[in-house]
Design a protein around this ligand. Structure first.
Ligand code: COA
Length: 330
């Protein structure tokens, strides 16, 4: 039995919002955004394009690369903090859109760590129940533009929309090692208030007041998050490397969640990983939340930059707080 990634896909909307456009919307500058975050532009979906539509485009690309039909999927696991609706799940909406009629479907919320959580859960299901689950579609998809307060300069410059997908396959006739070498996911609910969308759930159902107070938008304490983010990335990566016995020199690529270039640089430095082996595309997309790592992985894969058996370390942190690292064998 061998569980491997057999397809990747990603999608970002065509519309690009540049720093120069944001200069006209809020009191900010290209220089401030670039120097504090590394972001130059981000892709923004149309108002009437939901997360499931972004996910659909990424899913179709991953399925095509995998060379399978949607009916063969046994599972759809979507990480998203911006579902089309609270229910039905975005995974069920996607199932209908791509015709994956045989798949069990669920959404999972771990904010920007979502794809790593989603991979961990789907991989575990394939491993535990090989006769039930052979093909899984695992996605991270977010339309953060739908929950950004476009008058708040401290958050609106950071985020973009996108989706990414991978297809996992459990090959029962093969005894190669699985794609997961080692992984670690964690959470600290005590920091829940540092990054949240306070209203719209059962704690604060939508009302005129919640709308007036922008409580359906992202609220963030950037400075506190910054420090916790670096620690979350570094500690989870160190644990995965120690437990797996794989050294930093053996890693072909590190793919960190793309939230802030300064967070990425600080984490890489502490892990002693040279910048040439850290994949970064934050300048083009900003922080696409659960989609970010998968977009990087797809770019690496389609760019021919991954060789068989390369070790790729993916790592993220996000609202919750949540964090995680997964060492992948390509
Ligand atoms: N343009 C211009 N000035 C801005 C600005 C913007 N877009 N946003 C904030 N500022 C101002 C602040 O008001 C503050 O002004 P003041 O000193 O007069 O009060 C100043 O810039 C510095 O703000 P500060 O919050 O200290 O900046 P920072 O260096 O911490 O950078 C973040 C802010 C948000 C970029 C940074 O804290 C960060 O990236 N944090 C992590 C956020 C994150 O990753 N979130 C997602 C988690 S998945």
């Amino acid at each position: 039995m061998s569980i491997r990634i057999i397809g990747t896909g990603s999608y970002t909307p065509d519309r690009i919002l540049r720093n120069s456009d944001l200069e006209k919307m809020v009191d900010t500058t290209d220089e401030w955004i670039t120097s504090r975050t590394g972001i130059k532009e981000r892709h923004i979906a149309d108002k009437d394009t939901p997360t499931s539509e972004l996910a659909k485009q990424a899913a179709l690309r991953a399925i095509e690369m995998a060379g399978i039909q949607p009916e063969q999927l046994d599972l759809i696991s979507i990480a998203t903090a911006t579902p089309d609706t609270i229910f039905p799940s975005t995974a069920c909406v996607l199932q209908r859109k791509i015709g994956a009629v045989n798949a069990a479907c669920y959404d999972l919320v771990a904010a920007c760590t979502g794809l790593i959580y989603s991979l961990e859960v789907a991989y575990s299901l394939l491993k535990a129940f090989p006769r039930k689950y052979r093909y899984a579609l695992v996605l991270g998809a977010d339309k953060l533009s739908s929950i950004v307060n476009w008058e708040d300069r401290s958050t609106c410059v950071l985020f973009g929309d996108g989706a990414s997908a991978v297809v996992l396959y459990n090959n029962m006739e093969n005894d190669q090692p699985d794609f997961v070498v080692e992984s670690k996911i964690g959470a600290a609910g005590i920091y829940a208030d540092l990054l949240s969308m306070p209203a719209g759930g059962s704690a604060k159902p939508a009302s005129h007041e919640t709308v007036d107070q922008h409580l359906h938008c992202i609220q963030m304490s950037g400075k506190e998050l910054f420090k916790l983010a670096v620690a979350g990335l570094v500690d989870s990566c160190k644990e995965v490397l120690t437990v797996s016995g794989i050294s930093a020199e053996e890693i072909a690529w590190v793919i960190p969640h793309q939230a802030n270039m300064r967070i990425i640089s600080a984490a890489a430095q502490r892990l002693d990983i040279p910048v040439e082996r850290v994949y970064v595309n934050i300048e083009k997309y900003g922080n696409t939340s659960a989609a970010s790592i998968g977009i990087c992985l797809d770019e690496l894969c389609r760019g021919g930059k991954l060789k068989k058996d390369d070790c790729v370390l993916i790592t993220a942190f996000g609202g919750g707080l949540t964090w995680g690292a997964m060492l992948i064998r390509w």
